[in-house]
Design a binder for this molecule. Structure first.
Ligand SMILES: Nc1ncnc2c1ncn2[C@@H]1O[C@H](COP(=O)(O)OP(=O)(O)OP(=O)(O)O)[C@@H](O)[C@H]1O
Ligand SMILES: [Mg+2]
Length: 499
């Protein structure tokens, strides 16, 4: 019953967005057309037989299929949106070329209002039927529906928080991800680690998320922040440090602090204070408050430290970085690894077209492997499955010099993710990276690198540790301390090694 009410409301939303265009709900024209056909059948039942009914149905059906983008704006009310969409019917040329829509409607004993009302209830009934009678929600509706439910819940939560007297609290969190697969274990671990220490004294918590570029740190952080946000009524703040963003300079702590202080109500001239003063003001504001602060994409401990709360705060800080921020001294840290095969397959399945036979897990497992289970690569390769058969994609990826070669939409972001990390390494670490690329693989330990490089084993071990700190090596065997360059990064490392 609750589902039915939600679905009813959701369908209303789709209608108000012009058959879902613009809200990404009815993204697939095929389903949208099926909805229109079903609706037309219902409207036709209401009309007397005859040529007038046929021409109005034809015109109505054409008009409903017209892109909603043609409308000057999309009103919030479904009926009003529909009225706007159908208004041109009154003047547009009809099949017989003589009568206007208004005249035909008149002969049928209808006017535009009546036609809008009939169409609206027919659309609603058809969409409900489509949603509820297909043995569950069809994929195209489900995605839009889930997002819509999340939006509604976030809205309700905001009202509740406001009702608790916390209205006016700053909230700059980015919303939870539209699409998220897997990560149940990581979310559970974060939940555990986020519990604030009991007792007297300080209770603020600093949590860190580490992992290689494109592995899903930001996605996980936004999902987790949305989950726990109501525990922080005094403010929920999201900062992107752009530490490793291709094409962006990392933001300075000073700049970030000035922005945060202004957001929480300090006057603009706070910018003129020096870094230490800003940091003090910030800590003073956080003291005794419960604030959720997400510091995404941080470059180093050094840039984050001045933003951390003092002992008396009840705040939680979640920091994400490609670099392990061991220097922050927090033991509450989660490594974000590449996807499990199950999560990767589940992601790829989202991209398969609805029509035709659905492939077994086998080819999807192979594509996941070719993408190194890296979310960034899977999200970029996945859309190809809409038109390319999995077997053809596999063949193409196998025949290339490396799997992503010339798959531009995938290669560009993955290459950029590697290159930015590489650029942030010191001279010696860059050299180590290139030397790792020269190892014949598939994996190595300190001893084999030492032999290859002609250095002491202990030196090789330290160099490995430095690269791991920047998430540039994958751990193949924790106990045996064996590592590798991620498959997708290897071609780029080898390119550098060859220079
Ligand atoms: N759990 C997930 N489910 C679905 N898609 C995901 C998931 N995790 C990541 N992605 C997708 O993978 C891509 C990379 O993810 P994200 O930006 O979170 O990585 P990141 O680790 O923050 O990368 P960077 O180090 O560059 O900041 C995004 O397109 C994101 O939507
Ligand atoms: Mg990120």
């Amino acid at each position: 019953m609750v589902l039915e009410i939600f679905v009813g409301l959701f369908v209303e939303q789709m209608l108000s967005a012009g058959l879902g265009q613009g809200r990404g709900a009815l993204t697939k024209r095929r389903e949208a057309n099926a909805l229109v056909d079903e609706t037309m059948a219902r409207v036709r039942e209401e009309l007397p037989e005859g040529p007038d009914a046929n021409s109005i149905i034809d015109a109505l059906s054409r008009q409903l299929r017209a892109p909603a983008a043609d409308l000057p704006h999309l009103p919030a009310q479904p009926l009003e949106a529909l009225r706007l969409q159908l208004e041109p019917l009154l003047v547009q040329p009809f099949t017989d070329g003589r009568d206007t829509g208004a005249q035909i409607l008149d002969r049928l004993g209808l006017d535009l209002d009546r036609l809008v009302a009939m169409t609206h209830s027919a659309l609603l009934a058809s969409a409900r039927q489509l949603v509820l009678e297909q043995g569950g929600l069809p994929e195209f509706v489900r995605q839009g529906f889930e997002q819509w439910v999340r939006d509604q819940l976030a809205e309700i939560r905001r009202h509740l928080v406001a009702g608790n007297g916390a209205s006016g609290a700053v909230d700059t969190l980015v919303g939870p991800p539209e699409l998220m697969v897997g990560r149940q274990e990581e979310l559970a671990r974060l939940e555990q680690l986020s519990v604030q220490p009991e007792g007297t004294g300080g209770s603020s918590v600093v949590l860190t998320l580490h992992g290689m570029g494109g592995v899903g740190k930001t996605t996980l952080a936004s999902a987790f922040a949305a989950r726990i946000s109501e525990r922080f009524p005094d403010g929920r703040l999201w900062v992107d440090f752009h530490g490793f963003t291709p094409g962006e300079e990392p933001r300075s702590t000073d700049d970030v602090l000035a922005g945060l202080l202004r957001q929480v109500g300090h006057p603009p001239d706070v910018q003129t204070r020096n870094l230490a003063e800003k940091s003090e003001l910030w800590r003073a504001w956080l003291a005794d408050r419960a604030v959720l602060l997400v510091l995404d994409n941080a470059l180093s401990e050094h840039r984050v430290e001045p933003l951390l709360p003092g002992a008396s705060s009840r705040s939680l800080v979640l920091v994400t970085s490609r670099k392990r921020l061991d220097g922050l001294g927090t033991r509450r840290s989660v490594d974000v690894d590449t996807f499990s095969t199950a999560a990767a397959i589940s992601l790829l399945r989202r991209y398969l077209p609805d029509h035709g036979e659905h492939p077994s897990d086998e080819p999807l497992t192979e594509i996941s492997e070719l993408c190194g289970h890296l979310p960034l690569a899977l999200c970029a390769v996945g859309p190809l499955l809409d038109t390319v058969q999995p077997a053809d994609l596999i063949d193409r990826m196998h025949r290339a010099a490396y799997p992503l070669q010339d798959l531009d939409d995938a290669e560009r972001p993955v290459r950029a993710a590697f290159e930015v990390s590489y650029q942030h390494l010191g001279h010696r670490q860059q050299q180590s990276m290139r030397l790792c690329g020269a190892h014949p693989g598939p994996d190595f330990d300190a001893a084999s690198l030492a032999a290859l490089w002609g250095i002491q084993r202990s030196d090789a071990a330290v160099r490995i540790a430095e690269l791991r700190k920047y998430s540039l090596l994958v751990t193949v065997d924790h106990v045996g301390r064996r590592f590798a360059v991620h498959d997708l990064f290897l071609p780029y490392v080898r390119e550098l090694a060859a220079v």
